[in-house]
Design a protein around this ligand. Structure first.
Ligand code: ATP
Ligand code: MG
Length: 733
């Protein structure tokens, strides 16, 4: 493609951004204004103009999925081999650097990545071995401290009384020592280690500083302190002429979409970036190309309620679109059912399933919607739900694989030493751990140290691992997985479980995942698992295990290419767009989430509002918001009033559809009916003076709100009329 073709469809501001000179730039712009598109186009443009070659480009995306999409798009528009270009998440990129410089970073070459749940287990284990009561000190709290500290670049010795109590600090220290001994690295450590490596090792630092002349960062508003410092080092902030940066850092972001404050993201990075990288005025994009005007107006009105915004306006030249449907349902089951029926009805008109997305605030909401999808035979995919690589049986298989690479990995050892059962109970394992701790050895090294005095049950286990390792040297990676499943008889372990078939299927799926991985990486299918496949010394098995941990949910992501309804949390929807979007559970307590009330310091209600802004702006053509009068959550019944965020949207943009009693038994306006939910709360606001046409929200008398419809809304059937039939979605324009 010729440069002029590449630039043909850009508006003036986008053009200026794409063709900006080789210095650091900040694009500050609202949802759907083309930030991601501009970033991708800039890469293509730099390559085409010869201003950079592929190996000089580093692009940071927020998810692995986004990285893949960016590469696919680039492959379609430029004729270059993009393998030398680095595109990935902060974690993925740090992992890559650490693998190449494991020794300099003080890590074993075979270091393993542990996910959040492994990390929690490890924290618990450390606490138990140090005789710290896990009742009085919550391991989750300590885990949060550890991650918070790492995300702020703090090692145990840096922490003061003001940061954390002495118990947490000493557990952090013990935890870290254990990680080092076992050769495992948690997510936050990937970043911190990589940062420290770049900071301390001049040769490595200079190498990357001179290599990546162009660094491009999407979703910049969600970078945390450490990620920002990592960018500062790689970009050589302040090292260029007149205090500018050595390399051109092209950052795009939207302060209104900052939704990770709870994980340490820092919007202040935007202001710091302007200062530290000597960025002039940020480039602002104000035309939205994604959503119909109604949807955009609603989003603008909502976000205007937030304080301290950097301030942006969005407009669209597109069509007005239908009003946003706000539908009240009886309960969460009816809500799920209604959503799926709407999707089905629309699908039958003219759509494909993947045009529909159902978004929700909390993961727990997905189950009900999933079962409605299944009941109606609607194909769907859940992003970030129970992720494939997080399933117990899958983690067992991976633990065996890990032990083959590195038997000193205590977490994996523990996970499977008695799976399937080998008569090694908690007591035996406890004794072993104690001995290991006192000798300062890993569990494997301890049983090795017993020599011929090793008890038979451990001997059986040790021989099994050694034999598997020896056999797998002559095999391919997928065959190694199959060999593990067969030899260990893992299936037997799940024999008594209800879902044994599914579990066996999942374990076998690991072999397909491995085969798919080799294919994607261009590694020959018959390569030995332990034979490095590139000059960086990375082995197929090592790379696969790292990928499995980093990219939990891969199996689901593969399915996204198929035609399915897309289900995900609002967090997972960031950066994506869909013609039809449903937002489920727009209720006080859910969205905004009740936890926002107590987390003022970390984002509170404004952050929830930004989340709602993200949710709304995912929709291109039509947005439907649902809420239920009563809901079963965490084992209890709740009656949540309508989300206050809906009240912040001008009425004229909404098509309100209160709950209507089903046809049979004969329709009695629900408002007069006495209902008892859960703990006997009577719903009978008889004493109030209602008029026909009033709208009612909430499900208990205390929560009822009445809105008198205005002239604009009475023209529609968008208000409550006793016995009126439920309207279907307006058809697409
Ligand atoms: P978000 O903040 O949600 O990540 P964004 O600013 O990254 O949004 P994009 O996803 O890049 O926005 O663009 C939104 C949509 O608008 C995409 O479908 C994109 O292809 C389209 N688009 C962007 N710029 C133009 C343009 N100049 N002409 C036509 N379509 C455009
Ligand atoms: Mg984007």
């Amino acid at each position: 493609m010729h440069s002029s073709d590449l630039l043909a469809n850009l508006n003036d501001r986008q053009y200026a951004a794409v063709t900006a000179p080789d210095k650091s730039v900040l694009i500050l712009a609202g949802a759907g204004s083309g930030k991601t598109r501009v970033l991708t186009t800039r890469i293509a443009y730099l390559l085409q103009e010869g201003r950079a070659n592929t190996s000089e480009i580093l692009a940071v995306t927020f998810t692995n999925k986004a990285a893949k999409e960016m590469l696919t798009r680039l492959e379609a528009i430029v004729p270059y081999d993009l393998r030398r270009m680095w595109v990935g998440t902060f974690h993925g990129l740090c992992n890559r650097i650490l693998r190449m410089h494991a020794q300099e970073a003080g890590l074993p070459k075979t270091f393993q990545i542990i996910d959040q749940s492994d990390q929690l287990a490890l924290v618990k284990r450390v606490m138990q071995s140090a005789n710290i009561d896990t009742e009085t000190t919550d391991p989750k709290y300590v885990q949060n401290i550890v991650n918070w500290a790492k995300e702020n670049g703090l090692r145990p010795s840096h922490l003061t009384d003001g940061d954390a109590d002495s118990t947490a600090r000493s557990v952090y220290e013990l935890y870290q020592t254990t990680c080092e001994r076992e050769g495992v690295v948690d997510f936050a450590e990937l970043l911190l280690r990589c940062y420290e490596l770049l900071e301390r090792n001049e040769i490595v630092r200079r190498h990357y500083q001179s290599r990546f002349r162009h660094i491009l960062v999407d979703e910049f508003q969600d970078t945390n302190v450490l990620q920002y410092r990592w960018l500062q080092i790689l970009g050589g902030a302040g090292m260029g002429a007149n205090g500018s940066s050595l390399n051109a850092v092209f950052a795009v972001g939207d302060d209104d979409q900052s939704i990770y404050a709870f994980r340490g993201a820092n919007v202040g990075n935007m202001a710091d970036f302007i200062r530290d990288f000597r960025v002039g005025e940020p480039i602002r994009l104000e035309q939205n190309y994604r959503s119909c005007a109604v949807i955009l107006d609603a989003a603008n009105a909502l976000i205007a309620h937030n304080p301290d915004r950097l301030g942006k306006e969005l407009w669209t030249a597109g069509e007005r679109g239908d009003r946003i449907v706000v539908k009240e349902l009886e309960d969460d089951r009816e809500e799920a059912d209604w959503i799926v029926r709407q999707i089905k009805a629309e699908y039958e008109r003219r759509h494909s399933w993947k045009n529909f997305a159902v978004l929700y605030r909390t993961n727990a909401q997905s189950r009900g919607i999933e079962s409605a999808m299944t009941a109606h035979g609607v194909p769907y995919v859940v992003y970030g739900g129970l992720r494939f690589f997080e399933r117990a049986e899958v983690k067992h298989v991976l633990a065996y694989l890990r032990l083959l690479v590195n038997p000193y990995d205590d977490a994996s050892f523990r996970r499977i030493v008695n799976v399937p059962m080998r008569g090694i109970g908690t007591k035996t394992l406890g004794d072993l751990s104690e001995e290991a701790a006192s000798k300062g050895l890993s569990l494997w090294a301890t049983i090795e140290s017993w020599g011929s005095r090793i008890p038979p049950k451990f001997f059986v286990f040790k021989t099994l691992i050694e034999k598997l390792r020896a056999a797998s040297e002559e095999m391919t990676l997928p065959d190694t997985v199959k060999l593990i499943i067969r030899t260990t008889n893992l299936a037997e372990h799940f024999r008594k479980e209800r879902d044994v078939e599914e579990r066996i299927g999942n374990m076998e799926e690991v072999a397909s995942a491995a085969a798919g991985f080799l294919r994607n990486e261009g590694i020959p299918e018959d390569a030995s698992p332990y034979e490095p496949f590139n000059e960086e010394g990375i082995t197929p098995i090592g790379a696969f295990l790292a990928q499995a941990t980093l990219e939990a949910g891969d199996k689901n992501e593969d399915q996204s290419t198929q035609d399915r309804v897309q289900m995900m949390t609002v967090h997972a929807a960031k950066g994506l767009e869909f013609p039809y979007v449903f937002i489920a559970g727009a209720e006080e307590g859910i969205f905004p989430h009740f936890s926002a009330q107590k987390e003022e310091g970390r984002g509170g209600v404004p952050e929830e509002r930004r989340l709602m802004y993200v949710a709304i702006t995912r929709a291109k053509k039509q947005l439907v918001i649902t809420h239920a009068r009563s809901r079963m959550m965490y084992g209890n019944h709740f009656q949540n009033p309508l989300s206050s965020f809906i009240e912040e949207i001008p009425e004229g943009l909404l098509d309100m559809r209160p709950w209507v009693a089903p046809e049979a038994p004969p329709p009695k306006p629900h408002i007069w009916r006495e209902r008892t939910f859960g703990q006997a709360s009577n719903w009978a606001p008889r004493d109030k003076n209602y008029q026909k046409g009033d709208r009612f929200y909430g499900s208990s008398s205390a929560q009822v709100k009445v809105r008198r419809p205005t002239a604009a809304t009475t023209q529609s059937s968008g208000y409550w009329v006793p016995g009126s039939a439920d309207k279907e979605l307006p058809s697409a324009k």
